[in-house]
Design a protein around this ligand. Structure first.
Ligand code: ADP
Length: 190
């Protein structure tokens, strides 16, 4: 089993790439953002809890997110591996994920971060907001808050896995195909 964390700031293209990688590598893609939006769409108790945090560009509390992620993993006993997209986003989430995988006799084999600078991200998310209908993509202040939250709470996760020698960074600006090629090469080498 190979488990991959697709890492990078909001709007760095994780979701776009993960969808294609899932097919190529026959791994199961789990996006915590997509899971939350599904729960919100269905107005579940979990969705209602998550909504106010997401709309403000803040992170949903760890205990909610970790439980949801583990449930989703357990729903795929057939999986050859997972692509985690948008998770872990904090050090406690990373610690919980490692412990959870350890219990299965597994670990994270690689973390690949897509590198994209702040101004490019703001432009991409504002553009996405025109069609996505996502409240968190339509407001520049919320977008900038998400970037700050990423720097403060999420970027330490890169170093956490770097200490285990599994983190690497690749250029996230360029054509979708070119980035897909870079990612594929990096995954094949894991
Ligand atoms: P993006 O990739 O554009 O940041 P996502 O779809 O991954 O968007 O996530 C949207 C929002 O969902 C985040 O801004 C955050 O509020 C919430 N969220 C997603 N994943 C997590 C997580 N692992 N921990 C806490 N909150 C999360």
């Amino acid at each position: 089993m190979k488990h991959l964390i697709l890492f990078g700031p909001p709007g760095s293209g994780k979701g776009t790439q993960a969808k294609q990688l899932e097919e190529k590598f026959e791994m199961v893609h789990i996006s915590t953002g997509d899971l939350f939006r599904y729960e919100i769409g269905n107005e579940t108790p979990l969705g209602l809890k998550a909504k106010s945090f997401i709309d403000a560009g803040e992170l949903v509390p760890d205990e909610v997110t970790i439980g949801m992620l583990q449930n989703k993993v357990n729903m795929h006993p057939e999986a050859k591996g997972f692509i985690f997209d948008g998770f872990p986003r904090t050090i406690p989430q990373a610690e919980a994920l490692d412990l959870f995988l350890e219990g299965r006799g597994e670990c994270i084999n690689g973390l690949i971060a897509l590198k994209v600078d702040d101004e490019e991200i703001v432009q991409r998310l504002l553009e996405r907001g025109k069609t996505s209908g996502r409240a968190d993509d339509s407001n520049e202040a919320v977008i900038r808050n998400r970037i700050d939250v990423y720097k403060e709470q999420t970027s330490p996760v890169y170093d956490f896995y770097d200490e285990k020698n599994v983190s690497q960074e690749i250029e996230g600006v360029g054509s979708i195909e070119a980035i897909f090629e870079r990612l594929s090469t990096a995954i094949e080498a894991l």
